[in-house]
Design a protein around this ligand. Structure first.
Ligand code: AMP
Length: 175
């Protein structure tokens, strides 16, 4: 399985950005060209036979993975941005983070009713960020294919929370 290969390229920073958080840093994985490609291929294999009209990537690490995957699958890309960054009319959702609180937004024309959207981020902790992005897409009438992430932290309950909300989730690694 690829999980050990990816895990070797993920760095853990203790107590960052605040005490008690074990930050999972994927920059070494991204910096390794072969590993970055293998990461995108791992997702691409999973979704090769799925109808996906667009990938919604979450600010900011979800942009890197989501955009590369959208290019690979030949579908569109939707940036799910932090508040105040998008120039056109937006819909927004607020949510609680593992540390702090935030708002995410998309443009009102980011997806059309009935479109199949895959939501991508680097990591699911409490699931708040992913759930907010899913809700944005659902408010535009999109069907969620799945919530995909490189890493899931099951102890923080995010995956469970998403499943309870009827959202299928897929993660390459669990810590
Ligand atoms: P949550 O909303 O609690 O599921 O948090 C997920 C979001 O916060 C993702 O966009 C992650 O990039 C970031 N995040 C939360 N906890 C961590 C962590 N321990 N290591 C790396 N990123 C994290």
């Amino acid at each position: 399985m690829d999980s050990a290969y990816f895990a070797q390229r993920i760095r853990t920073i203790a107590d960052w950005p605040e005490p008690g958080v074990q930050f999972r840093d994927i920059t070494p994985l991204l910096r390794d060209g072969a590993a970055f490609r293998r990461l995108i291929e791992a997702f691409a294999e999973r979704y090769a036979d799925e109808r996906i009209d667009a990938i919604a990537g979450i600010d900011a690490r979800g942009f890197i993975i989501g955009a590369a995957l959208a290019y690979r699958l030949g579908c569109g890309f939707i940036p799910v941005r932090k508040a105040g960054k998008l120039p056109f009319a937006t819909v927004s959702e607020s949510y609680a983070l593992e540390y702090g609180e935030a708002v995410v937004e998309v443009h009102t024309d980011a997806a059309e009713a009935g479109e199949h959207v895959l939501v991508i981020d680097d990591l699911i902790a409490t699931g708040g960020t992913m759930l907010a992005a899913v809700r944005l897409m659902q408010r535009l009438g999109a069907k969620i294919v799945e919530a995909g992430a490189v890493i899931d932290l099951p102890a923080l309950g995010g995956a469970e929370r998403l499943r309870a909300a009827g959202v299928p989730i897929h993660a390459l690694l669990r810590y």
